[in-house]
Design a protein around this ligand. Structure first.
Ligand code: NAP
Length: 284
């Protein structure tokens, strides 16, 4: 048996179409366009590409994106002042601060200044706390996108064993909270986990978000498991690969996401969804 692919590209395209239709309906009803402020500090080439893609996606669905490119000499104070201004701006419904920030700036401190109602990345402790309490408001984009992928293949959650490998604040931890909220029994693996293989072998649903190619061996995959590979790693030949040994894993799993074309497109789609949600909930 070869696993079926979970097509993130197709689901993201469908989601974007639905968001565009909702925004069109809203604007014809007299609501203003949702507005997303996009802040990029410095000239990191990968971040510039991510920002360009996100802004392009905004235009496509009818979200107005307002770009704030800042030099890498920007101080923490200047950045916080800009965020405070954007928090007050009624034309702005979401604030996206592209990470990573230059080393001189404390990202956690700055992110906490984004008002939770405009925190469309879902990184603010308030939004993570809401998710932990099973009352999510703006959900962290990547885990939210993974849940949409899992829902699209009619995954059952209750009582199933989900194993999340990676425990970062932006992916692994909120991913575990999403799966817990859905009714899974959840194991979280991280840098200090002993015998990673023994945990992965028990996973009915496996989500890997580490950033190390082939850290998840294909032979560890439980037969008929569902595998979501969040990892994005660039190989020496320039190609992209995930964390999972795809060619072996796909022989054992029932469902598997490709890299690229799996989780990545959904992260952008959920950013757009969160911006629309923020406009719907908080538009004055
Ligand atoms: P991160 O902040 O570097 O976190 C990596 C996590 O992996 C940490 O929690 C770390 O544990 C854990 N880890 C490290 N070595 C490990 C090991 N040997 N065994 C088990 N766990 C280990 O990275 P991130 O931002 O969460 O991103 C993870 C990956 O997802 C990266 O490849 C990134 O490019 C990708 N990503 C993709 C998308 C998308 O849209 N597809 C979005 C975001 C991120 P500790 O906490 O103990 O250090």
């Amino acid at each position: 048996m070869v696993a079926q692919l979970i097509d993130g590209k197709a689901l993201a395209a469908q989601t974007r179409k639905e968001i565009a239709a909702t925004i069109l309906t809203r604007t014809t009803q007299g609501f203003s366009q949702p507005g997303l402020a996009v802040i990029l500090v410095g000239n990191d080439p990968a971040s510039e590409i991510y920002v360009r893609n996100k802004r392009h996606a905004c235009t496509e669905v009818g979200i107005k994106s307002i770009y704030h490119p800042l030099p890498d000499t920007t101080t923490e104070q200047t950045l916080i002042s800009l965020i405070k201004t954007l928090n007050q701006d009624t034309q702005i419904h979401g604030i996206l601060l592209q990470l990573p920030l230059p080393a001189s700036i404390n990202s956690d401190k700055v992110l906490e200044h984004i008002t939770p109602e405009k925190d469309v990345d879902g990184f603010h402790p308030y939004n993570l706390g809401r998710l932990a309490q099973r009352r999510p408001l703006l959900r962290p984009c990547t885990p939210y996108g993974v849940m949409m992928l899992l829902n699209s293949i009619n995954t059952t959650y209750k009582g199933r064993h989900a194993v999340v490998v990676g425990a970062s604040n932006i992916v692994g931890r909120p991913m575990a909270l999403e799966l817990l909220m859905a009714g899974c029994t959840v194991t979280i693996c991280h840098r200090y986990t002993q015998d990673l293989a023994s945990h992965v072998k028990q996973a009915d649903i496996l989500v890997s978000a580490v950033g190390k190619p082939s850290i998840i061996k294909g032979e560890w995959i439980k037969p008929q498991a569902t595998i979501v590979d969040v990892g994005i790693n660039r190989l020496p030949d320039g190609s992209l690969t995930g964390d999972v040994e795809f060619h072996i894993a796909k022989e054992k799993a029932a469902w598997i996401t490709p890299v690229p074309g799996g989780v990545g497109p959904m992260t952008v789609a959920t950013l757009l969804q969160n911006t629309l949600t923020a406009a719907e909930q908080f538009q004055q």
